[in-house]
Design a protein around this ligand. Structure first.
Ligand SMILES: Nc1ncnc2c1ncn2[C@@H]1O[C@H](COP(=O)(O)OP(=O)(O)O)[C@@H](O)[C@H]1O
Ligand SMILES: [Mg+2]
Length: 325
């Protein structure tokens, strides 16, 4: 995996010219490459080019339905966020370990979340580096016992993850959790510890039922624990040509419980996402601009609260940009 930020995309986000980005790469002696007449660079150079300061947060991708894109979006958002210079930690909570596979990792010899609960491993011991500015807490089948571990050890749902996450937030700009498609103690504990729950939803009957169950369980957690949990919905695999999709979406958006929960970004149906994963790489390994990349890019910007700077012309500025936090 060799994710790439193009000078063109960086220039657009920063409201500068490609020439300005090229100049900065040279001035700071950063590594970059050139292909098909495009300049591109990786996460380490990105950190210096963007110089963004992020407000660290934990976002958990959660919905009680498989196949809506939790793992794919966690993976691609992690990669894109690293290409804006964010230091990212992905946590694979799904015993199937799809995210772990996507990052080409095997957790057989590494402690995972369930070991941290049962055997007192520090979460720090579970972290592996998977790419420039991306770390991962991998998963394996034993994580199927996470709920059991919480029960056995009589752990408090409210604090079991919140305290370790507080520590991790001092090391990372973005922590993204890939949850299993189920409800239970562990998923509830993640919801109580995260800054935001993001439910990827597709406009299919079972995905919408999954969203209903997820929304209800979050409402119950809020009532039981007296805390605010922020639930966002990200529309995935959207096909604008399908009238049924359009109608279903409008109907969903009209429901008071979902109002204002839909993110501005949405992800269109695209073969690029499954094709990239099948080859153990990210859509951002390839520099050609596509709508799948544009969609994941706007989702990443929305989550990181990056506001692209739009300038008409005028003198080249050297300002350090801070996202609107
Ligand atoms: N926007 C999209 N367009 C087309 N296929 C997608 C899109 N997002 C995800 N997929 C595919 O859908 C399948 C399920 O996605 P996955 O991320 O594994 O879902 P989950 O983690 O929710 O079970 C995968 O084959 C994935 O490549
Ligand atoms: Mg998954």
């Amino acid at each position: 995996m060799n994710p790439k930020m193009t000078a063109m995309d960086a220039a657009r986000a920063l409201g500068q010219s490609e020439a300005w980005v090229h100049l900065k790469l040279q001035e700071y002696a950063l590594s970059y490459s050139k292909s098909q007449n495009q300049i591109y660079f990786g996460a380490r150079s990105a950190q210096r080019i963007f110089q963004y300061h992020f407000d660290p947060k934990v976002i958990a991708f959660q919905i009680v339905k498989g196949g809506t894109g939790k793992t794919s979006l966690v993976y691609e958002v992690a990669v894109r966020a690293s290409l804006y210079g964010a230091k990212v930690l992905c946590i694979d909570m799904d015993q199937q370990g799809n995210l772990t596979n996507a990052f080409n990792q095997n957790a057989e010899t590494i402690p995972v979340m369930v070991d941290s609960l049962l055997e007192g491993y520090n979460l720090q011991d579970c972290i592996v580096n998977v790419a420039e500015r991306i770390d991962l807490i991998p998963s394996r089948i034993e994580n199927a016992m996470l709920d059991e571990a919480i029960r056995l050890k009589k752990l408090s749902l409210e604090t079991v993850y919140r305290i370790p996450f507080q520590h991790l937030k001092s090391q990372y700009d973005l922590i993204i959790v890939d949850c299993p498609p189920s409800l239970g103690q562990s998923v509830a504990a993640i919801a109580l510890a995260a800054d935001k729950i993001l439910a990827p939803v597709t406009l299919e009957k079972f995905a919408i039922s999954g969203l209903e169950v997820t929304e209800q369980s979050i409402r119950e957690l809020q009532e039981n624990y007296g805390i605010e949990i922020s639930l966002g919905i990200i529309l995935n695999k959207f096909d604008a040509r399908s009238l049924l999709s359009q109608e279903t979406l409008q109907r969903l958006k009209r429901q008071p419980k979902y109002q204002n929960r839909f993110l501005k970004s949405f992800i269109r149906l695209s073969n690029e996402i499954p094709n990239a994963t099948a080859n153990n790489r990210s859509i951002f390994d390839v520099i050609k601009s596509t709508y799948a990349k544009q969609d994941v890019d706007s989702l990443t910007q929305e989550l990181l609260e990056i506001i692209p700077i739009v300038v008409d012309s005028g003198p080249v500025s050297d300002t350090v940009l801070i996202p609107n936090l």
